[in-house]
Design a protein around this ligand. Structure first.
Ligand code: KIV
Ligand code: ZN
Length: 514
């Protein structure tokens, strides 16, 4: 019998700390639902004291997730712990995660506290958290650069105060696998009450070692891994969930643990997080990159055709690549479409939203032969949580682009039942389109990110565009999908403008208040 490894997903908290990746409450709920389908054990939903928006998001997620524990992060102040406790109150299973820095550099330069004061604050916060839930986790931040004796003392004290999980973060991604593994072994051997808590590892990827370090910790007794989808997170990111889970499964011969992750949901979850955050997945990213299962060289192709396992250690279909071809086509009816959405776990908020999505499906089926579940997710987009208000709607566009000529765009947008037209030139067709749209909508926003992704393979694939706009400290991501990427770009720009003007506000990055 292998031990169970608790998979603690922090995409909605640490992952959201990636620059510009902050999500709205609705977006967080969508990701949380998908994480529950993926069967992660714990969803760290946010940091309730960081902003009212994050408090609301954690509370909403706590109220709807049944199969995963919902966790809220908190600093050690009473008020923060109380907010975390309130936010997880509706949860079927709720956890509070208390953290305070424990390295000399953080205690002295950031907190300006003595180690004894830090230890006291940790114990006090854990004891207070216990009044809200039995499931309390403690993290000595920057443990990767902390003194071993102090780590032992603080771990022993918080376990005595009721912490059921002690998470050891390599906050700045400084450690190497051997050192990290040895730290877990020593902690478990030295802390007198070590057996009363689950030891957890939380690794950042500054040296590209987050997954290797996490696996080393598991080999030396860690029974919880903290990770994010696509490895997103501060700076170089966190350990990637999909890589850890697939390493444990693929090398089961060497691993002392197993997870309960439903790996068929790995790729759809990766795509959803990428779509919502606007962070594209690099093509050569393990497991979820577009090329992760592609074979380019003739020798490899020949080998795979003769015997797949010559060059493949995992099955693409197992992790959710293209095993979901939609059997609907041009002639499929609304009921079949609705049934497939339900099978995919997509709940449309109203008949109106369903009808709008169905019309988009029909339009796409006219242009594209094979439609995949990823296409459906893109068609449905934000409408799954209630449509973003469409104050500005693309009516038509013409773009002229020719070698040696200045690209030009002519756009018609409807607003309040009135059609408005504008034209502009630009350095390329997308630039010209955005300038023409700006002449109509006058958002005055700054373009922070523009990214294009092919949703599926083939030249008839839909391009999915993310446009990130910022104005007066607010940041929004707009998405648009179409088989014509210039049209997808215009749709994404308008989607972002609509959100900026009237849509939900993005939750502030948590560390604003730390
Ligand atoms: O990296 C870190 O130290 C953290 C803690 C809050 C656990 O994210
Ligand atoms: Zn972290």
């Amino acid at each position: 019998m292998k031990d169970h490894l608790i998979v603690f997903d922090t995409t909605l908290r640490d992952g959201e700390q990636s620059p510009g990746a902050a999500m709205t409450k609705e977006e967080k709920i969508r990701v949380a639902r998908q994480l529950e389908k993926l069967r992660v054990d714990v969803i760290e939903a946010g940091f309730p004291a960081s902003s009212p928006g994050d408090f609301e998001a954690v509370r909403a997620i706590a109220g709807m997730i049944k199969d995963s524990t919902v966790c809220a992060l908190t600093r050690t102040s009473d008020l923060d712990v109380q907010k975390a406790g309130e936010a997880i109150r509706p949860a079927a299973r709720g956890r509070i995660h208390v953290f305070i820095a424990a390295s000399p550099i953080h205690m002295e330069m950031k907190l300006r506290m003595r180690p004894e004061e830090v230890l006291e604050a940790a114990v006090r916060a854990v004891s207070l958290a216990k009044q809200y839930t039995d499931d309390v986790e403690f993290s000595p931040e920057d443990a990767g650069r902390s003194e071993f004796d102090f780590l032992c003392r603080i771990s022993e004290a918080v376990i005595k105060a009721g912490a059921t999980t002690v998470n050891i973060p390599d906050t700045v991604g400084y450690n190497l696998p051997e050192v990290w593994g040895a730290l877990f072994r020593r902690l478990r051997e030295t802390v007198p009450n070590a057996d009363k808590a689950v030891w957890s590892t939380h690794c950042h990827n500054d040296l590209g070692l987050a997954v290797a370090n996490s696996l080393a910790a598991v080999a030396h007794g860690a029974r919880q891994v903290e990770c994010t989808i696509n490895g997103i997170g501060e700076r170089a990111g966190n350990a990637s969930l999909e890589e850890i889970v697939m390493a444990i499964r693929t090398r089961a011969d060497l691993m002392p643990v197993e997870t309960r992750i439903d790996i068929a949901h790995i790729v759809p979850t990766s795509k959803l997080v990428s779509q919502i955050t606007g962070y594209p997945v690099q093509p050569n990213k393990a497991i979820v990159g577009a090329n992760a299962f592609a074979h380019e060289s003739g020798i490899h192709q020949d080998g795979v055709l003769k015997h797949r396992e010559t060059y493949e250690i995992m099955l693409a279909q197992d992790v959710g690549w293209h095993n979901n071809r939609l059997t609907l086509g041009k002639l499929s009816g609304r009921n079949a479409f609705k049934t497939r959405l339900i099978e995919l776990g997509i709940v449309m908020p109203s008949e109106e939203a369903l009808n709008a999505a169905f019309i988009r499906f029909k339009e796409l089926a006219d242009k594209k032969r094979d439609i995949y579940d990823e296409d459906l997710q893109a068609i449905v987009g934000d409408d799954a949580q209630g449509p973003a208000p469409e104050y500005y709607k693309l009516v038509s566009m013409t773009v002229h682009s020719e070698t040696g000529e200045t690209p030009q765009a002519r756009i018609t947008v409807s607003t309040d039942g009135r059609e408005r037209k504008a034209e502009a030139v630009g350095s390329g067709p997308v630039d010209a389109s955005f300038k023409a749209i700006e002449r109509i909508v006058e958002s005055g926003s700054e373009l922070l990110l523009y990214s294009v992704n092919a949703i599926t393979t083939g030249t008839d694939a839909q391009g999915e565009v993310t446009v990130r706009l910022g104005k007066d400290g607010r940041v929004v991501n707009g998405q648009g999908a179409d088989t014509d990427i210039i049209v997808a770009s215009a749709k994404a720009y308008l989607n972002a403008v609509n959100k900026l003007a009237h849509g939900p506000t993005r939750v502030n990055p948590q560390y604003d208040t730390v």
